[in-house]
Each structure stands twice: as structure tokens, then as C-alpha cells.
Ligand binder design. Structure first.
Ligand code: ATP
Ligand code: MG
Length: 254
């Protein structure tokens, strides 16, 4: 099958199983350059699994992944990172006793004589990222002392430090205050403007409408549809994938 070069990500026919569970069932999913793509669906729909496949954490039993039109086979997250993919998990993976800068460079540290961590250099490199992306964070602060919103920015900065062009955020707003959600919105807007692509997993329809260019809906491991949010806001009826227990049954206005 030919890959569409307009897409920075193209996942084709992805099937992923766990014992007794078909988590992804022949899923097609694509992301364009500079696009914010929301991945939505009820609990257990297979959203995180699909993104873990894209991030190289799981190897699908079937299917193909293309990055910028090139076929990729990821056997670990390291392969995915090298291909320009970054992922911020729902539960942050930072080390509380280390500083913000140390957390960001961890695994890719600048060193003095290739032996000891060059703390000053690390902080300088990290400061550059913060300036570039307008993050108001102090590289020297310990991660244990910062808010959840700041921790999330550290995770995003960590991915950007590794030169991610495709950023996956798993339920990024779940831990944030309303003000932090607005800040995240600005970060996403900026990332989009400089041509990065973002995949955002969320349950919250309001955010989907506010942030995303396209929405892909998963249900029971399958793609229900991929749509543009604006075409949906015009329909008066509940969304076709709504169910009584989810927020999808009550579309909100932006
Ligand atoms: N590591 C695993 N081992 C076994 N089963 C798993 C594993 N990860 C996910 N599953 C199962 O695969 C299915 C899809 O799970 P997944 O976490 O991808 O859903 P999700 O859409 O991210 O849900 P949520 O909104 O609750 O985060 C579920 O039935 C889940 O129980
Ligand atoms: Mg999930």
C-alpha cells in the first residue's frame, strides 16, 4: 500500500491484542503536519493502546506505520523518539528529587569530560527550549516542588528537547486547573503554528471543539469516524457516537 506523503503519521490496518482483548481492530489513523488531532472515545476504546503502538511501546500483530511517508517498524520507544515522536503519558514519569533541567535532559545529558553531568550546560539548553516555547519555568527548581500543570510542561519540554515533531498527549487536561487548560491551549496553538503535529487524547468535548482540527472516534477498538469539529457543531442532534453515560450525549457550545 502507498503512503500519503501529506500525512506525517499514517497508521494502516493496525491490530493490537492483549490476552482476551482486541484493543485495536484494523485501525486506520493519520495526522497531517501542523494538525491538532483529537482521539476520542469511551473508556477502554483503545486510544492509549493505539498511541502506545505509535510510540513504539507495543508491536502490533498487524498493520503498518508510516512517518513522513516512510515505513517504520518500531521495536522500542527509542526508535519512535528517533523518528520524531514524543509522548506525554497520563501519569507523568518525572523524578521528583531531580531538578526540572535534569529531568528534561535525562538520558541525553550534556557532560563534562563525558563523565559528570554538566548541570550548567543542561540548564542553559533547557532555558533555550523554555524561551522558544514561552514556558515560564525555572530549570533549577526541583520537580517535587512544582504544580501538576508545570510537570506537564516539563514533560512536553522533554519531548521537544528530543526534537519531537509529533507530540502525543494522553488526557492532558485531566490533571489541570481551568487556567492551566487555557495555557495548554496556547502551547498547542504555538506548536501548530511552527508546524508541529499534536495528537490529543481526551474525553472532554469542549476541549475537542476548542483545540482540534480533526477528531477520530474509537469505539471498542475500531474507528467509528474521522470528522472536523465544526461540521459537528452545526448538527442539533446528539453526536452519532454518543451514549447515555458519556459526555458525548451532551454537546457543549464552545
Ligand atoms: N497492558 C495491557 N494488558 C492487557 N490489556 C490491556 C492493556 N492495556 C490495555 N488493555 C485493554 O485494552 C483495551 C483498550 O485499552 P486502552 O487503555 O487502550 O483504552 P483507552 O481508550 O485508552 O481507555 P481510557 O479512556 O480508559 O484510558 C481495554 O480493554 C484494556 O483493558
Ligand atoms: Mg487511555
Amino acid at each position: 500500500m502507498e503512503a500519503d506523503c501529506m500525512n506525517v503519521v499514517e497508521m494502516k490496518n493496525i491490530t493490537m491484542r492483549f490476552p482476551g482483548v482486541l484493543a485495536n481492530d484494523r485501525v486506520d489513523f493519520s495526522v497531517k503536519k501542523g494538525e491538532i488531532h483529537a482521539l476520542v472515545g469511551e473508556n477502554g476504546a483503545g486510544k492509549t493502546t493505539l498511541m502506545n503502538v505509535l510510540y513504539g511501546l507495543y508491536q502490533p500483530v498487524e498493520g503498518e506505520i508510516y512517518i513522513n511517508g516512510e515505513r517504520m517498524i518500531f521495536s522500542s520507544a527509542l526508535n519512535a523518539i528517533q523518528a520524531g515522536i514524543g509522548m506525554v503519558h497520563q501519569h507523568f514519569m518525572l523524578i521528583p528529587r531531580l531538578t526540572i533541567a535534569e529531568n528534561i535532559v535525562l538520558g541525553q545529558e550534556p557532560s563534562k569530560n563525558k563523565l559528570v553531568l554538566d548541570r550548567k550546560k543542561a540548564a542553559e539548553n533547557v532555558e533555550k527550549i523554555f524561551q522558544q516555547y514561552k514556558f515560564k519555568l525555572d530549570p533549577w527548581e526541583k520537580v517535587r516542588d512544582i504544580s501538576l500543570g508545570s510537570k506537564q510542561k516539563v514533560e512536553i519540554a522533554k519531548a521537544l528537547y528530543r526534537k519531537a515533531d509529533i507530540l502525543i498527549l494522553d488526557e492532558p487536561t485531566a490533571v489541570l486547573t481551568p487556567q492551566e487548560i487555557d495555557e495548554l491551549g496556547l502551547i498547542l496553538k504555538h506548536l501548530k503554528e511552527i508546524g508541529k503535529s499534536v495528537i490529543i487524547i481526551t474525553h472532554k468535548l469542549k476541549e475537542v471543539m476548542a483545540f482540534s482540527d480533526r477528531i477520530t472516534v474509537l469505539r471498542a477498538g475500531r474507528v467509528v469516524e474521522t470528522v472536523q469539529p465544526r461540521t459537528r457543531t452545526r448538527t442539533a442532534s446528539p453526536m452519532p457516537w454518543s451514549d447515555a453515560t458519556s459526555i458525548w450525549s451532551a454537546p457543549e457550545k464552545k
